[in-house]
Design a protein around this ligand. Structure first.
Ligand code: ZN
Ligand code: ZN
Length: 138
């Protein structure tokens, strides 16, 4: 049992140390350096436990495998349609209220009551936007 917790702790820490919303496989390669005997099935099992515990959020990008998020602060996601990086955009409390109100109004359009929302933004990240601009100039 003790070993199990140690693995879970390591997975959680390694997830919290990154900002790139890794896949289970990316985390596996990360953790393998510190714990060479760990298997990918252990990573999957612990990630699913951590999701159930609310410590980790599983996110589903438009393409590719599930990604994992250890950021527990309120935030929305921006997915780059070019390189498929997923970035966090933190929102301030007064912004949360504004967004909530707007969503409430939208759901009233169909006489529904919104309980939660999941906002995803898509576009070009800073890096890809820069590359796109260079290509246009050439
Ligand atoms: Zn990009
Ligand atoms: Zn995130």
């Amino acid at each position: 049992m003790k070993k199990y917790s140690k693995q879970r702790e390591l997975i959680l820490q390694s997830l919290k140390n990154r900002i790139d919303h890794p896949t289970a496989e990316m985390l596996y390669y990360d953790i393998k350096n510190q714990m060479p005997e760990i298997g990918i099935a252990t990573i999957y099992r612990n990630l699913s436990d951590l999701c159930e515990m609310g410590e980790v959020q599983k996110i589903k990008p438009k393409i590719g495998p599930d990604r994992f998020d250890g950021n527990k602060e309120e935030h929305i996601h921006f997915e780059c349609t070019q390189c498929h990086d997923i970035m966090d955009i933190s929102i301030r409390e007064n912004q949360t209220k504004k967004i909530d109100n707007e969503i409430k109004r939208l759901s009233e359009n169909i006489d529904a009551e919104c309980k939660s929302a999941n906002i995803w933004l898509y576009g070009l990240c800073k890096k890809c936007k820069k590359l796109a601009n260079i290509n246009i100039k050439d």
